[in-house]
Design a protein around this ligand. Structure first.
Ligand code: FAD
Length: 465
């Protein structure tokens, strides 16, 4: 009989915490997860899922032009955005309830409340007292980063992604600070619904972590749809006038200009939730704002682990979940080869249309590292399925080692990118070469033919261009 009430207590039921809880229970650990808000965390409640619902509905709305091409007369004057909002909340609530069901099914105890670590084996939950546990997993996630000063988020006219997701009406115009995935996904949604969108990026290109060629291609596409995209511009001041917000931008040469918008979305990153959870009580200090962890996501305190947005890995739901699986497998002592996720194999997706998906090295990264690589591309405009479905923007781009055909980077901009990227990721994971991808038959007509053609292209030939 263990001296502790639980084998594992997890703080936070986001995609890190709830997945870890399910897996821990499956591995035989007596597990509890403590959540101050709703099961599913940011991802299901105020992140990935409601934003994808908005994106889906925005796409349906924008595709009215396809019906118009058929001669159908469409009157969109009755658009009621509160109905769009409502559907996005239904998707979030359905999945949050689904998490609660999965926790129950796996006999994970769900404790509602705010938790703090009181010792290496002790957690206090507000109103519920203290609990003892053999292991602790901290998965408290993150919140929108607030720039403060003139740009302090008030969720009225200066909003974060939270305010953007909870809005029941459409603004006339929005300025978006930050052109990462979150900023661009909202830009896409608002643009589809006819809102005036200006994206402001401090760096020299949008989606700065993506391959430069795809950043530039996407900028062209979004600009052609009526968005204004301003790169190399820092927002330095904000005031209000009768029309709304007036934002002063400054470029690298300190030249200033002013732009206006009814609302400002601040999408400049996330702040990890590491305060007031008792880290200091067990001697854990942060490194560059994040909890330092080892290969199995263990902190320096034996039995205490940390995963997800509070550690220095990409702030993505699937990363948090995988880290959770690895951490609990380690604490359960179950056999496994898995340890710290290989950063070269983390897929990342921006879900605007066209989608942008990638993993591994960009062309610039490969050059910087002095690798002898083949850069191969294949455009969707030469893919039958893309032509038939009128989605020909973009391409598949591969970065592969010249001598061996090893894939060290894959970048897809175009239809189905979020799914297609996984064929290439599996190929890398299984150590397949571009030649082996090329030797695998792909159904016709499919978008996946662009993957096989990009592999052919790296071998020096293509069939359809
Ligand atoms: C608008 C938006 C869109 C996004 N889209 C995507 C996407 O498409 N794909 C993707 O991979 N990622 C996306 N993300 C990022 C993703 O949501 C996060 O990376 C992910 O949720 C992190 O998971 P987590 O478990 O670490 O933390 P979280 O999901 O933040 O969950 C942490 C949980 O801990 C709880 N908590 C915190 N402190 C305490 C405490 N002291 N006691 C009890 N409970 C506590 C919180 O209430 C929260 O529920 C998006 C984020 C946003 C904001």
């Amino acid at each position: 009989m263990s001296d502790f009430q639980y084998d594992l207590m997890i703080i936070g039921a986001g995609p890190g915490g709830y997945v870890a809880a399910i897996r821990a229970a499956q591995l035989g650990l007596k597990t509890a997860v403590i959540e101050r808000d709703k099961p599913g965390g940011v991802c299901l409640n105020i992140g990935c899922i409601p934003s994808k619902s908005l994106i889906h509905q925005a796409t349906v709305f924008a595709e009215k032009s396809l019906l118009q091409d058929m001669g159908v007369k469409i009157d969109v004057s009755g658009l009621d955005f509160s109905k769009v909002f409502h559907k996005s909340r239904l998707a979030a609530e359905k999945l949050s309830q689904g998490v609660q069901f999965l926790l129950r099914k796996n006999r994970v105890e769900y404790i509602k409340g705010y938790a703090r670590v009181e010792g290496p084996h002790k957690i206090k939950v507000d109103d519920k007292g203290s609990f003892t546990t053999k292991n602790i997993l901290i998965a408290t996630g993150s919140r929108p980063r607030d720039l403060g000063g003139d740009f302090t988020i008030n969720e009225q006219d200066i909003i974060s992604s939270n305010g953007a997701l909870m809005a029941t009406t459409l603004p006339k115009s929005v300025v978006i600070l930050g052109s990462g995935a979150i900023g661009l996904e909202f830009a896409y949604v608002w643009n589809c619904f006819g809102v005036g969108v200006t994206v402001v990026e401090m760096l020299d290109r949008i989606l700065p972590l993506e391959d430069r060629e795809h950043s530039e291609l996407l900028k062209k596409i979004l600009t052609s749809r009526g968005m204004t995209i301003m790169t190399g511009q820092k927002a330095v001041a904000l005031k209000r006038d009768t029309k709304g917000l007036v934002i002063t931008l400054e470029d690298a040469a300190k030249k200033q200009q002013q732009i206006e918008g009814e609302k400002l979305l601040v999408a400049v990153g996330r702040t990890p939730n590491t305060e007031n959870i008792g880290l200091e009580s067990i001697g854990i200090s942060l490194e560059r704002g994040f909890v330092p962890v080892g290969d199995y996501y263990q902190t320096k305190v034996p039995g205490v682990y940390a995963i997800g947005d509070i550690i220095a890995s990409p702030l993505l739901a699937h990363v948090a979940s995988k880290e959770g699986e690895i951490a609990v497998t380690h604490m359960a002592g179950a056999p496994s080869h898995e340890k710290r996720i290989d950063p070269m194999e983390i897929p990342s997706v921006t879900y605007c249309i066209p989608e942008v998906a990638s993993f591994g090295l960009t062309e610039d990264d490969a050059k910087k590292q002095g690798l002898a690589v083949n850069i191969s591309r294949f455009p969707f405009s030469a893919i039958g399925r893309a032509v038939a479905s009128e989605t020909t923007e973009g391409q598949v781009k591969l970065v592969s080692i010249k001598q061996t055909g090893e894939i060290v980077g894959a970048h897809i901009l175009g239809p189905g990118a979020s799914d297609l990227i996984h064929e290439l990721l599996l190929a890398r994971h299984a150590e397949l070469t571009t030649e082996e991808i090329g030797s695998m038959i792909h159904a016709h007509p499919t978008l996946a033919e662009a993957v096989v053609e990009s592999a052919y292209s790296s071998l020096g030939h293509t069939l359809h261009i």
